[in-house]
Design a protein around this ligand. Structure first.
Ligand code: ADP
Length: 328
């Protein structure tokens, strides 16, 4: 059976982008077709200014949402990254095969570090090395496939490069993984600035739909989504990004095709209304299940403890092999 690994950062509240781009497919497809691990990657939340209590709280909330989205601990392994030391151990070895040049070329690093400097802040070294830790997350489990949204493509490419380089230098140690993406909504855009992705780490705003938003809030945000001054509903990602985003969200929620849906609408208003309704319906069962699970945090803790134990047993032999191969 294929080994699948993916994760989510507890840097903010999870968004519709996280759900449509990743979580939903993990739950509906990946956990059933593969030996799958899903992780709340809390070490990655330390790469920017953070409040310790908030990170801890958001980690538990993210884990609870993974379960609420339908991940079943009987079908897959759900855990928190910092509970398994192997990630950090392996990350250091991979830092010894990565170069500073390839780290500085990462688009996310360039964008995030520029933003940090603009604010007058300093850039943490861990922001630069973040993709190496992500490579360790993936390689520690002998992962074949990494189901992610489009925004992570470059990081998975780097992971492949590091695996190949390590294997060539020190003998075959790692499986070389590949990224897989959902067929639609692999990049859900911000509803107010549809040329940038809907990211949870951004300041909370009217352009981001959170998984735990009340139906009224969802409706308001979708109805106020920025489109353009045209009238005709067409699907064109380059010229009409706001409209294309709504069509993709609607398609992802209803199982349709964005191009075909465009032909079915005569006005922006009707499209927005149906999209808002569809998002509310998609979120409803996730929110209901989240309420139940959040009422029993002890059970969530138990699931995470079991998950970490299973994950550790899988990662340890791989990381031990890497230690021996590199000369330790
Ligand atoms: P972020 O912090 O940007 O919300 P994470 O790094 O925690 O995202 O990503 C968790 C998963 O959600 C990844 O697979 C990522 O590709 C996916 N994802 C994040 N944002 C979006 C988006 N706007 N559209 C589609 N997928 C997304």
């Amino acid at each position: 059976m294929k080994r699948v690994f993916s994760g989510v950062k507890p840097t903010g509240h999870l968004t519709l982008g996280n759900y449509l781009g990743a979580l939903r497919r993990w739950a509906e497809v990946d956990q059933h077709r593969a030996d799958a691990l899903f992780c709340v990657v809390d070490l990655h939340a330390l790469t920017v200014d953070h409040d310790p209590a908030r990170v801890r709280r958001l980690s538990r909330q993210a884990a609870t949402l993974l379960l609420a989205a339908g991940l079943d601990p009987r079908s897959c392994t759900v855990f928190v990254q910092s509970h398994v030391d192997e990630h950090a151990r392996l990350s250091y070895l991979l830092e010894c095969v990565a170069t500073d040049g390839e780290m500085r070329r990462m688009i996310q690093y360039r964008e995030k570090s520029a933003r940090e400097r603009e604010r007058g802040g300093s850039v943490r070294l861990s922001l630069l090395t973040y993709p190496v830790l992500m490579a360790a997350d993936i390689l520690a489990y002998g992962t074949d496939e990494v189901p992610v949204g489009d925004d992570q493509t470059q990081h998975v490419e780097l992971t492949r490069d590091l695996a190949v380089r390590f294997n060539q230098r020190y003998g075959h140690t790692f499986v070389v993984p590949r990224a897989t993406h959902p067929p639609v909504a692999a990049r859900v855009m911000n509803l107010q600035t549809p040329t940038s992705k809907m990211g949870k780490s951004d300041d909370s705003g009217p352009g981001i739909v959170y998984l735990l938003d009340e139906p009224e809030a969802v409706r308001k945000k979708v109805m106020r989504a920025v489109t353009d001054s045209g009238r005709e509903v067409v699907y064109d990602r380059e010229e009409r990004p706001g409209l294309a985003n709504l069509l993709e969200i609607l398609a992802a929620c209803t199982g349709g095709d964005p191009e075909a849906l465009a032909g079915a609408y005569g006005s922006y208003g009707a499209l927005k209304k149906d999209t808002a309704d569809a998002v509310v319906e998609v979120l409803r069962p996730v929110q209901a299940r989240h309420r139940e699970l959040a009422a029993d945090p002890v059970e969530v803790e138990r699931v995470l403890r079991d998950g970490a134990e299973k994950a550790r047993a899988m990662a340890r032999p791989v990381v031990d092999r890497a230690y021996r191969a590199i000369g330790l």
